[in-house]
Design a binder for this molecule. Structure first.
Ligand code: SF4
Ligand code: SF4
Length: 200
């Protein structure tokens, strides 16, 4: 990431304190959708040794109709075309709304957890040479906000870098995939991500 990127608060002001209390609330919240990028999917596949077909068991596909605007959590992610329609790819939830990778309030895939999980409760967007940060729309569920030390600009930039770079690459993939799409389904889509050199 170029060093001349500047950090600007999006809507929450500067000087926020945060310390994760490892309570697992964000992983248990039914309405918090963990949207995935191509990098997230490749990390899951490699880390868990899963093929595209096996990986489907850990994924949910959120379908939006053409005239529906995506909810807040999905807006920064591109939708990808499949034979089911335009979908957002997310981590699967159990029937009780908890992430399938949550066990006794601990993440079973912590080293390879998705970028959105690593960044929560922060969200980042790029605006020219500014990186804007803010708090998730689901901020109210997180007891870690207001705890611990003030999060420094350097820490936020370190968190934002990989999240934004991986999102940029996923946007490029989605644009190419949607343009060239010729009837493929979700398995083909996941297989194409696993083959794509930009996600290595
Ligand atoms: S809800 Fe907040 S404090 Fe609890 S695990 Fe998630 S990020 Fe950490
Ligand atoms: S992958 Fe891990 S950190 Fe992310 S929602 Fe699931 S249990 Fe929580």
């Amino acid at each position: 990431m170029p060093s001349d990127y500047r950090l600007r608060p999006r809507d929450d002001g500067a000087g926020i304190r945060f310390q994760c209390m490892k309570c697992g609330t964000c992983c248990s919240e039914r309405s918090l959708i963990v949207t995935l990028t191509g990098h997230d999917i490749v990390r899951l596949s490699k880390g868990l040794g899963l093929t595209a077909r096996q990986l489907l068991r850990a994924l949910d596909f959120y379908l939006l109709s053409d005239d529906e605007s995506p909810p807040e959590g999905l807006r920064r992610f591109p939708a990808v075309r499949t034979d089911r329609g335009m979908v957002y790819i997310a981590l699967k939830k159990s029937n009780d709304g908890r992430c399938v990778f949550l066990d006794n309030d601990l993440c079973m895939i912590h080293p390879i957890r998705p970028g959105a999980c690593a960044a929560f409760p922060f969200v980042f967007t790029r605006d020219g040479t500014n990186i804007r940060w803010g708090l998730s729309a689901m901020r109210d569920i997180c007891p870690g906000i207001g705890e611990g030390n003030e999060v420094s600009e350097a820490e936020l930039l370190q968190l934002a870098g990989p999240v934004l770079e991986e999102l940029d690459e996923y946007h490029k993939f989605a644009e190419a995939w949607n343009r060239q799409w010729s009837g493929e389904g979700v398995i083909d889509l996941i297989a194409a991500m696993l083959q794509d050199s930009r996600f290595r």
